[in-house]
Design a protein around this ligand. Structure first.
Ligand SMILES: [Zn+2]
Length: 247
């Protein structure tokens, strides 16, 4: 592995660094003083390593020597969907397609509340990795925008309907969890919920709202969740497990 000169693991102000390795490809290294252990995962075709302390290059290398092959298998299991004119997203609250335009520009066109078109130059080279990365960024920003329009409002609606109260709601670019609720009642929701059906979005929102009353996954939690999902809590959980947040 070759570390670029600007990768300074000893610089306290630097939290994230990205390196490119011949074997492993893109590796994102985050140093988080609050992390208690080393966390490794694969996100969008990128190996992400979070380190609890100031780590040296040697330590990162050691981690890769030990766990690299396993991470590589995981990485290859979730291939990124290539973005080209065939690409589209069709969900209940959000849809997006790509369309060739007449000029040399990329442009987002909002067709109505939930339908977006990403107009690309007709001769756009989708095989170019940089172009794909750019398009992914653009699509992400549209998903985030739509998620911020839909999710907090829907959460508030369900809270009122079923008598829950929460402190705050945040929409995040989270690939690891669909949602979470802190013990202070702050709810986080993944913007990628927009890729799911209404039924599953509502399940996640209700799941987090139930955590404002039951902080664990005890029997009383599932009873409460059943009472607001027409006794479908476990069935919906099973259905949700078939989906993942990769985009
Ligand atoms: Zn939960």
């Amino acid at each position: 592995m070759v570390f670029p000169a600007h990768t300074l693991f000893y610089n306290m102000t630097l939290k994230k660094s990205i390196i490119t390795d011949k074997k492993y490809g893109r590796i994102e290294i985050t140093r988080n003083p609050r992390a208690r252990r080393i966390i490794m995962r694969v996100k969008e075709g990128c190996i992400c390593i979070t380190l609890p302390v100031i780590a040296s290059e040697k330590e990162v290398q050691k981690i890769l020597d030990k766990y690299g092959d396993r991470l590589l298998i995981q990485k290859n299991r979730q291939p990124q969907r290539k973005i080209d004119f065939e690409y589209s997203i069709d969900a209940d609250n959000f849809s997006l397609r790509l369309f060739p335009g007449n000029n040399n520009r990329f442009q987002i066109k909002r067709e109505d509340e939930q339908r977006f078109t990403l107009i690309c130059p007709a001769d756009c080279d989708f095989t170019d990795a940089k172009t794909n990365e750019f398009l992914r960024k653009v699509i992400k920003s549209v998903i985030r925008k739509r998620a911020k329009e839909v999710l907090p409002a829907r959460l508030t609606y369900f809270a009122k309907k079923h008598g829950f109260s929460f402190m705050d709601v945040k929409v995040r670019d989270s690939h690891t969890r669909w949602g979470s609720c802190s013990n202070k009642g702050n709810i986080s929701l993944s913007m990628y919920l927009m890729m799911l059906s209404n039924e599953l979005i509502d399940y996640v929102l209700l799941h987090e709202l139930c955590h404002t009353k039951e902080m664990n996954h005890s029997d009383s939690f599932w009873k409460l969740l059943d009472s607001v999902t027409a006794s479908r809590a476990k069935a919906l959980r099973a259905e949700l497990k078939r989906h993942h947040t990769t985009f």
